[in-house]
Design a protein around this ligand. Structure first.
Ligand SMILES: Cc1ncc(COP(=O)(O)O)c(C=O)c1O
Length: 468
């Protein structure tokens, strides 16, 4: 029988939950955490010094608060392929890869060549139409099966403009988003981003949590993987709801896979109630597969938001989709402007990424990811760790939970202390996964199995330490 916790996930994803596990000793975790934090400060002294200098001019010493952690983050001077060099001169395996934006690998030769050519022969900004932007648009139109698209400079802009397009076309204003979901800095999307459970009511009737500094308009929140709650919200308020914004695979809460059939139901509900379906593929995109998560799970949204992986590390993003929606940009119902949109430099990078992100290249990286997940899985089984592996496309993670995580409230029940230790353990051994415990690793086109085996061996050593 399928219960809430053993529901099948979409077959495009990877999830392996061990049948039997043994508790971790809390004392042991705390002891290791304290030893590892001490070791961290000794291992990265120049990063500490750099943070002191940077904190005098940049709040927290960083250019985006995501980059910060206590006591200080690691400062990087350069990067190539799958590796970073820090201010202490250490070489670190990068598994964060710019939160997935560096799918192509750092300083990918094809991207560098294309950008250099543009700097030499083309120019950096015309604010006029240009064949290079049209070529990039044609490539993404074809790749993602979009009727039309527009370029922006960030994921935040893409989700904002997609929502405004949905409002212009539906003539309605309210939005529905996933509880716990992150979609960039636009005000309505700040609602219930990783809220305290005490602030959001019961799971079957979530209450939106609104930070003081945002003016969100009318926003409803629903748990991920809960089509019945979505139906309820749609039925009660459909005359006001313009769109449903969702990451098809949630990649801001580690990785949460859609239950089998969930996204198809979502598509049907949006059609039934005249609500625009917006897939935020800022994190999935090319890391999910050649045409994103939509193609991989076989559900087409009305509008899609792209960023990160499409730009080879340069700030390029896009929103696009069905003609009915993009007509609002054509006729001006939704005003879309931007000085730097589609500038030649970022278009050159995007064209290069389109060239190198071939089915064969992405499949190779996905195979490495699967092999890595399988190796870590074997360690989890051997040491009976209360954890499981999860993966989608070229991304993977270990979730410190004995049961599958299907939504934000499940995610909040996972063992954050063990997750912090696992992350810090890697950091102290030169294996850098993303700083937030809600992120995942990325196998870029530059990573080889030997690189990923460094993660596997560091995880094995952690398992041994936990059971010592
Ligand atoms: C799913 C998702 N949407 C939107 C954004 C915002 O993108 P950006 O940081 O480029 O504004 C992010 C950023 O991490 C994201 O993860």
């Amino acid at each position: 029988m399928q219960t809430e916790t053993n529901k099948k996930h979409d077959p495009a994803g990877w999830r392996s939950v061990p049948a039997s596990t043994t508790e971790l000793s809390r004392d042991r975790i705390e002891k290791l955490l304290s030893e590892e934090w001490e070791k961290f400060e000794k291992t990265y002294p120049q990063s500490g010094e750099h943070n002191k200098r940077a904190s005098k001019v940049l709040p927290l010493g960083v250019t985006s608060s995501f980059q910060h952690w206590d006591p200080f983050p690691i400062s990087i001077v350069s990067a190539k392929g799958a590796y970073l060099k820090d201010v202490d001169g250490r070489k670190l395996l990068d598994l964060s890869m710019g939160f997935g934006a560096m799918l192509a690998g750092h300083l990918n030769p094809t991207v560098v060549k294309s950008v250099k050519k543009t700097l030499r022969n083309t120019g950096t900004l015309f604010v006029t139409p240009s064949p290079i932007a049209t070529e990039a648009a044609e490539r993404f139109q074809k790749r993602f099966g979009l009727d039309m698209l527009r370029f922006t400079n960030s994921g935040t802009e893409s989700t904002m403009y997609a929502i405004r397009t949905a409002r212009a076309v539906t003539g309605k204003k309210a939005i529905v988003k996933i509880e716990g979901g992150y979609h960039g800095g636009y005000d309505p999307l700040q609602v219930s981003v990783k809220p305290d459970l005490a602030d959001i009511g019961p799971s079957d009737a979530p209450v939106p949590q609104i930070p003081f500094d945002v003016e969100p308009g009318e926003v409803f929140t629903v748990p991920y993987n809960d089509a019945s709650r979505l139906r309820e919200i749609f039925s009660q308020h459909d005359n006001r709801i313009a769109c449903f914004v969702i990451e098809p695979v949630v990649e801001n809460l580690s990785i949460i896979l859609p239950d089998q059939g969930y996204l198809t139901e979502v598509r049907e509900l949006c059609d039934e109630f005249g609500v625009a379906l917006i897939f935020d593929e800022v994190k999935t995109g090319l890391t999910a597969g050649v045409a994103g998560a939509a193609k991989k799970v076989g559900v087409q949204p009305d509008l899609i938001c792209l960023a990160k992986s499409i730009g080879g590390g340069l700030p390029v993003a896009a929103f696009g989709g069905k003609q009915k929606y993009m007509d609002a940009v054509v006729d001006g119902r939704m005003a879309h402007f931007g000085t730097y949109n589609g500038n030649p430099l970022v278009m050159a990078a995007a064209i290069a990424v389109d060239e190198i992100a071939t089915p064969a290249a992405l499949e190779r990286a996905e195979e490495i990811n699967k092999a890595t997940l399988a190796k870590i899985d074997a360690i989890i089984l051997e040491y009976e760790l209360p954890a499981h592996t999860i993966g989608f496309g070229v991304k993977g993670a270990v979730i410190w939970s004995r049961t599958p995580v299907r939504n934000y409230r499940d995610f909040k029940q996972t063992d954050f202390e063990a997750a912090e230790l696992a992350w810090l353990w890697g950091v102290n051994r030169g294996v850098l996964t993303p700083p937030g415990l809600d992120e995942q690793w990325l196998v870029s086109l530059a990573h080889k199995q030997a690189d990923m085996d460094l993660l596997v061996e560091s995880f094995r050593a952690l398992a041994q330490a936990l059971r010592a």
